[in-house]
Design a protein around this ligand. Structure first.
Ligand SMILES: *[C@@H]1O[C@H](CO)[C@@H](O)[C@H](O)[C@H]1NC(C)=O
Ligand SMILES: *[C@@H]1O[C@H](CO)[C@@H](O)[C@H](O)[C@H]1NC(C)=O
Ligand SMILES: *[C@@H]1O[C@H](CO)[C@@H](O)[C@H](O)[C@H]1NC(C)=O
Ligand SMILES: *[C@@H]1O[C@H](CO)[C@@H](O)[C@H](O)[C@H]1NC(C)=O
Ligand SMILES: *[C@@H]1O[C@H](CO)[C@@H](O)[C@H](O)[C@H]1NC(C)=O
Length: 126
């Protein structure tokens, strides 16, 4: 066996070992956000539950740690998450509305496996 063949063979064996070390299939899951929705009005400073549908949650989730972020006009405020470090399997997380400009172009993004946007909803001043 020449050197190149040995290297290729060894690489293939390593790759195989790596793949078989993670036999559990992980499913990407985008839970549907139930609230807030298009008819929701949140008031600045009040506490609400963000809720999502967990009935179709797969057995193995790639990332089950959730984060809730507020978005305006499609711009997500990653710096100030409304909630973080909760289990995405809860189906509900309590958040307090930050002191933002009132408007009807707000949405929340629920992150776990990937980001899922709610419909646009309204935030009113207190
Ligand atoms: C929309 O959100 C409100 C709370 O903001 C909730 O009471 C209502 O059930 C939601 N509607 C649907 C269709 O899930
Ligand atoms: C949020 O959910 C919790 C637990 O399900 C419930 O006790 C609480 O009353 C809810 N809060 C609001 C503002 O709906
Ligand atoms: C939750 O998801 C399941 C399965 O996709 C669906 O049958 C059910 O109607 C959904 N529940 C709500 C409240 O949307
Ligand atoms: C979002 O876009 C709308 C329409 O372009 C604008 O009126 C509004 O001020 C924007 N909101 C923010 C917070 O930038
Ligand atoms: C997330 O929550 C777990 C359990 O409550 C805690 O041990 C961990 O330190 C938290 N991580 C962060 C980054 O807050």
């Amino acid at each position: 066996m020449n050197k190149l063949t040995t290297v290729i063979l060894f690489s293939l064996l390593s790759l195989f070992a790596l793949v078989s070390a993670f036999p559990v299939r992980r499913d990407v899951w985008d839970p549907q956000i139930l609230s807030p929705n298009a008819s929701t009005v949140w008031v600045v400073g009040q506490t609400y539950n963000v809720t999502w549908n967990t009935t179709d949650a797969p057995a193995h989730i790639t990332n089950s740690i959730g984060t809730v972020v507020l978005a305006t006009n499609g711009t997500e405020d990653y710096e100030n998450p409304l909630a973080a470090n909760f289990s995405i399997l809860l189906g509900s997380i309590s958040i307090t509305v930050p002191d933002v400009e009132p408007g009807s172009d707000y949405a929340i993004v629920l992150f776990g496996d990937s980001g899922n946007f709610s419909p646009d909803f309204t935030i009113a001043s207190s």
